[in-house]
Design a protein around this ligand. Structure first.
Ligand SMILES: [Zn+2]
Length: 382
């Protein structure tokens, strides 16, 4: 991640670069702002710039030995800290056990949310938790900081989702920030600075990172073909300028799973009460993995909402493909004010249950049976 890869945020980039050039690097800094913005990307680019051996006036060189290690987030003086979930297999709750998984996810999408990360714990995340940064983690960092830096001038400790530090971890970190080992840089990111304990917060230099602007987001996608670019354009406002979510949505379009086909077939089978086809469909949905199951439920909710909008004749800016628009026209007569809310509610409950690792075959089969009843409700008050 180089500064130039991050859309917009020009003033912040300039301020960060100048702090390095002028030798005024605050040793403990917080990047905060809403989900899907550039806070993590900025912190990572800043850490890379601090460590780059051939700094340019506006960015890291991208090719020195330090930059090469940053390409994979594998610099030995970059210590990565993020929330983890206690599992039955790994009791020691430090980030190091999950470094590869976290790096891969961030290298793929540096604008991700804590929920994207929690999904990685799959079957082990029985309670749908978002994870936590525990005291063990703070201890481990403290040990690492006692060692000399390997290659770089600075040792960097990057703490992602710092609001999820528990009290013990935060107090231990506070001691480190108060008496930092020489040439150590703490970079914290959060979307909720008021959730940090005040004594820690008061020690941090704060950089407020706002949501992306529409033009920033579009500049990120300007290399895409026109269909994909149009899709990105139409998602910007629908997804509330959350670049992480927009990237995910576009990736879904590329994936082999067509949520539209899956949803349209499902509704047809349900309406016809075709149990054999529903059983086949159930096999398919059970095989696509929890992450896709959750995204499918969210997709279904969006289509059902679009049907509602269509029925009550409200124009929305949400982007729908031609095939979706045609489906909505034909399908909306089967929805009415009684069943629409219940189906959406059932889908939301399903997302919750998938996150809690419920058996997906049973879950989706039960959901199908409930929806058969709901779709054949005769009342139509629209
Ligand atoms: Zn470099």
């Amino acid at each position: 991640m180089l500064f130039k890869d991050i859309p917009g945020n020009f003033n912040i980039k300039e301020k960060l670069i100048n702090s390095v050039i002028n030798g005024r690097i605050a040793h403990a800094q917080l990047f905060c702002g809403p989900n899907g913005n550039a806070k993590l990307a900025l912190a990572l680019s800043y850490a890379r710039y601090v460590s780059c051996q051939n700094k340019r006036p506006k960015d890291s060189c991208g090719s020195c030995s330090s930059c090469k290690k940053y390409n994979n987030l594998e610099h030995p003086d970059l210590h990565l800290v993020f929330p983890v979930i206690k599992t039955t297999k790994i009791k020691n709750t430090i980030s190091d056990h999950y470094l590869n998984e976290w790096r891969n996810l961030v290298l793929d999408n540096a604008y991700l949310s804590i929920h994207d990360w929690a999904e990685e714990f799959k079957g082990e995340n029985k309670m749908g938790q978002t994870g936590m940064i525990y005291k063990d983690q703070a201890k481990s960092i403290s040990e690492k900081l006692k060692l000399k830096s390997y290659e770089s001038n600075y040792k960097v400790v990057l703490i992602w989702c710092a609001e999820l530090m528990n009290k013990d971890a935060a107090n231990k970190l506070l001691k480190l920030i108060e008496e930092p080992p020489q040439k150590t840089l703490f970079l914290l990111t959060t979307n909720s600075k008021n959730s940090l304990i005040k004594t820690v917060l008061s020690r941090l230099q704060i950089t407020n990172v706002s949501n992306f602007k529409k033009d920033d987001v579009l500049s990120y996608f300007d290399h895409l073909d026109s269909d994909q670019y149009k899709l990105a354009c139409d998602q910007v406002e629908a997804l509330n300028y959350d670049l992480g979510d927009i990237i995910k949505t576009l990736k879904n379009q590329d994936s082999d799973i067509s949520f539209f086909q899956l949803f349209a077939n499902w509704m047809r089978f349900l309406y016809k009460k075709d149990i054999c086809k529903i059983v086949d469909w159930n096999e398919k949905i059970s095989s696509i993995g929890r992450k896709n199951q959750i995204e499918f439920c969210n997709y279904s909710i969006n289509i059902i909402r679009a049907c509602l909008m269509y029925k009550i004749k409200i124009q929305t800016k949400t982007f729908l493909k031609q095939e979706e628009q045609e489906f909505i026209k034909k399908f909306s007569p089967y929805l009415n004010e009684e069943n629409i809310l219940i189906i959406v509610h059932k889908l939301e409950e399903t997302i919750y249950a998938v996150r809690r690792n419920a058996n997906s075959k049973i879950l989706f089969f039960n959901l199908s049976l409930e929806c058969i009843k709901l779709l054949t409700l005769k009342t139509n008050k629209f």
